[in-house]
Design a protein around this ligand. Sequence first.
Ligand SMILES: NC(=O)c1ccc[n+]([C@@H]2O[C@H](COP(=O)([O-])OP(=O)(O)OC[C@H]3O[C@@H](n4cnc5c(N)ncnc54)[C@H](O)[C@@H]3O)[C@@H](O)[C@H]2O)c1
Length: 247
Amino acid sequence: MTSVLVAGGASGIGRAAVRGFRARGDSVLVADLDLARAQEVAAEDLPGPAAALGVDLSTPSGPAAAVAAAVEHGGSLDVVFGNAGLLRAAPLAEWTVEDWDRTMALNLRAPFLLAQAAAPHLRRSPLARLIFTSSTGALRGHAGMPAYHASKAGLNNLVRALADELSPDGVRVNTVCPGWVDTPFNDAFWQHQDDPAAALDALTASIPLRRQAVPEDIVGLVLFLASPASDYITGQSLVIDGGYTAV
Ligand SMILES: NC(=O)c1ccc[n+]([C@@H]2O[C@H](COP(=O)([O-])OP(=O)(O)OC[C@H]3O[C@@H](n4cnc5c(N)ncnc54)[C@H](O)[C@@H]3O)[C@@H](O)[C@H]2O)c1
């Protein structure tokens, strides 16, 4: 049975991915800051076995604790989906060093530490996947969110370095780059807009598919990257955005 760690799996894209992995029979460890919601997700009636862990992935020890729990739950580790992220939006003058470091600790350092802790286990796996949630925010920039854009761009280059080191041993390392996904995650961005309703209308009009994604839209790509069908893909960042960055 494929053993999967979903880091940041209690809400949004992570929760939808947990459901997708479990629906195909995988064993999943749902690691999240919000233990109660992670437990709810793990308790859903789906084929693959699941367990929950409450963990702060932005701490130096959190990612390794999540990997250890996934190995204990699944008996091995084949797939890490590192998905937790943080979005702070504020005018440039209001940013503190602590704000900057908080974003980097979760969005960029946690994927690095997940990879470091998982690598010995993945090297023994016949599937062996590291998948991280980046963003189209890695490819462009919006006012008020300097750390978010810098961290996601860094993540896309982190997977190149990790692929160079780990892929000779069979580990595929990639990011998915969603465009706009309708989850609580973007609340900070909308609150930063002068007229949130008008901003949402303008955004929707700028997306060729004329809507934000729902979390389930992202899951097919994640499952593809966590399957043998993607055996020849590594070191890549795959955009899934309804055409947002195409125009
Ligand atoms: N929503 C979007 O429009 C969008 C677009 C592109 C990329 N993303 C990325 O997708 C990922 C998931 O976002 P989402 O939209 O599903 O958000 P969400 O808020 O629905 O879910 C995020 C999850 O991460 C968990 N989390 C937050 N901080 C954590 C920490 N320190 N330790 C452990 N868990 C923590 C939360 O508890 C939550 O369960 C993020 O990396 C985000 O950058 C989101």
